[in-house]
Design a protein around this ligand. Structure first.
Ligand code: ADP
Ligand code: MG
Length: 473
């Protein structure tokens, strides 16, 4: 591509960004590249099939007009996928990509929504975890932090049996209370609403104790038969999957489903690479589809969630009225976590029911005081802890991982292990591994040691506070 082509592309991108806004631009166009510009055709590429079909379905015209605005005689845009790194079975269809269906696929009559009972009955018969009827796409509020995850989940829920699977597995990760379960259950509800497909939603625990046992009790043929009936396997909280044999079974299931062109959807509290207890091959298979992170809920999204919650609550409690300033107050102060938002509203609701008094700002401040957090601790990485601690104590990171036992290295090492235990979700054996392959008892010893010291040694206590703050900034 020539320099002037590059400039042209930059101009087009700026125009696009201005037209669709920053959020949409970065969700859908940030990774788009120009492959070539020929007489009247511009060839663009994106890294995934999903992005391609999404852009085609929603932004094809906008894209074209933005190019035409450059006064190039562009009449056609061709969109391709840069790397074909997806290992799913792609049916032999003509080169064109599938179209994204919009909203409800009309199944014959004008039916809108199947009632909850038959779906969940079918679901439970398959051994799935129970679904909460409140957790649907209708009640899921979309905002900056979850646009991509929502779009991907929606897309999966609308697939049909035999459709090419566009990204497999779909892997969604986010911290606690940011909507993973809500999104996955929405997908399961919506997916099961069309009778032709079976979406099975399982928590990792359920998978461990139920599914695996059931599969084991049957013979290999029955196993394959059972798999054939599932079109979409959804597993929530994968970080809880434990035990070697369960993992072997899981890996087996994962491979079998993906190879059979079935969709797998997974949620966890961390990216695949951080699922340290899982086998390297499983991790890379998990990372091989579409990995999407949902970030903290921004204030705007929190506000929207609260509004929709209040509206829902008013169906049952028509007198429940939360003034705008109170909603804004909660959205501003109860940060990051959807569960706390729910908790805050429940308290207001209880209060208004029990006292029949109107909800005021003063009352809200009192009721939700303990839910107000300055900041949800951010996810800290062990490498980061080692780096910061090493810098603080003027040793190298290699020293921390080494077997050296001189005092100037031992203390910082213990501090770093202590911080790893308190600031991350890692287990003692995992932390041991990350500190040069130490035993978990060594880590435990270090953690206890520092815990004891901070009670008596105020200088150390302050030092550790300072480190924590640095790490969580
Ligand atoms: P996770 O599984 O990630 O821990 P959940 O899905 O259980 O989180 O969400 C926690 C609470 O926050 C639930 O009540 C959920 O309905 C609500 N919530 C989270 N994100 C959203 C959203 N985008 N729209 C509506 N409610 C949400
Ligand atoms: Mg959850």
């Amino acid at each position: 591509m020539t320099n002037s082509d590059q400039e042209l592309w930059t101009a087009v991108k700026e125009r696009l960004r201005a037209e669709v806004g920053n959020d949409i631009f970065s969700s859908w166009f940030a990774r788009m590249e120009v492959e070539s510009i020929e007489s009247d055709t511009v060839k663009l590429s994106v890294p995934t099939r999903f992005l391609k079909s999404w852009v085609q379905a929603h932004y094809a015209e906008k894209l074209l007009t933005c190019w035409q605005a450059t006064r190039l005689p562009t009449s056609r845009i061709e969109l391709t996928v840069r790397s074909a790194a997806i290992r799913t079975v792609i049916p032999k269809k003509p080169a064109e990509t599938p179209v994204i269906r919009h909203e409800t696929s009309k199944s014959g009559g004008g039916e809108i929504r199947i009632s909850a009972t038959p779906i969940s009955a079918a679901h439970e018969a398959l051994g799935g975890s129970p679904l909460d009827p409140r957790l649907t796409f209708d009640t899921f509020v979309v905002g900056r932090s979850n646009t991509l995850a929502h779009a991907a989940a929606k897309q999966v829920s609308q697939g049909r049996r035999g459709d090419p699977v566009m990204f497999n597995p779909l892997y969604i990760h986010a911290g606690v209370g940011l909507g993973k379960t809500h999104l996955l259950q929405s997908l399961a509800w919506a997916g099961n609403a069309t009778s032709e497909r079976k979406v099975l939603y399982l928590t990792a625990e359920r998978f461990m104790y139920g599914f695996v046992a059931a599969l084991r009790a049957q013979n290999a043929l029955a196993f394959k038969e059972a798999l054939r009936t599932i079109d979409v396997l959804v597993i929530d909280d994968l970080q809880f999957l434990q035990g070697k044999s369960t993992q072997v079974e899981f890996c087996h299931t994962l491979n079998a489903l993906i190879d059979a062109g079935r969709q797998v959807v997974i949620a966890a509290d961390r990216p695949p690479s951080d699922l340290e207890s899982l086998d390297e091959r499983v991790r890379s298979r998990l990372a091989g589809g579409l990995v999407v992170e949902m970030a903290s809920l921004g204030e705007e999204l929190r506000f929207e969630i609260l509004k929709s919650r209040v509206a829902a609550a008013r169906h049952h409690h028509p007198s429940f009225d939360v003034p705008m300033p109170v909603l804004m107050f909660i959205a501003k102060t109860v940060t990051h976590n959807g569960r706390d938002l729910e908790g805050a509203l429940n308290r207001l609701l209880a209060h208004s029911k029990l006292t029949s008094q109107p909800i005021t700002l003063e009352m809200a401040e009192r009721e939700v005081r303990d839910l107000v957090r300055p900041q949800e601790p951010k996810r800290v990485k062990i490498e980061e802890i080692q780096r910061v601690v090493a810098r603080q104590y003027n040793v190298s990171r290699a020293d921390l991982l080494s077997s050296r036992r001189t005092a100037n290295v031992v203390r910082p090492r213990q501090v770093a292990m202590y911080l790893a235990k308190t600031l991350t979700l890692r287990s003692l054996p995992e932390i041991g591994r990350r500190f040069g392959g130490r035993d978990h008892t060594t880590v435990l010893h270090a953690v206890r040691k520092i815990e004891n010291l901070v009670n008596s040694d105020t200088a150390l206590a302050e030092e550790i506070e300072l480190l924590k703050r640095q790490l969580q900034e």
